[in-house]
Design a protein around this ligand. Sequence first.
Ligand SMILES: [Zn+2]
Length: 157
Amino acid sequence: MQGTPQSRSSSSNTIGVGRTDTVRCYCGIPAKYAASKRTRIGDKYYGCPLWPRGCGFFMWEHNVVVAVNDNRGSGSTQMEERVEKLIEEKTSMAEKLCKLKVKREKDAEEIAALRQQNRMLNSDCAKHAKKENFFAVALIVSWLLFIFVITIIMNLA
Ligand SMILES: [Zn+2]
């Protein structure tokens, strides 16, 4: 059944929480609180509720320091956590920005391609228009020639 998750952090690590805070795993969800059934049987621990998937968070209960009891130690841990979270947020923001940038570049490429197409279509249109003009002129000229020839024939007759 439920095993003991492998610890990502060493057992000497502690986690700081406020008195009213719940222990959260690295996924940001409240950690599972259970008693060990294998090593240190009966000892309580917090773990990622998504184990064996999830973030692999594992912490013995006695390593969870309530901030009120130990302001010095846990305070800095909390700070470190906050900094870590901020860095994570920044990283994800940077990733999002990167994705947006790539998308924008793609969009720009598409726009350039469309513009190119548009230009080609325009030149095609111009060619067609020229051709049409040419045919119209040719038609008129041939009609004039025809009338001219008819008139000459009529005069001769
Ligand atoms: Zn987790």
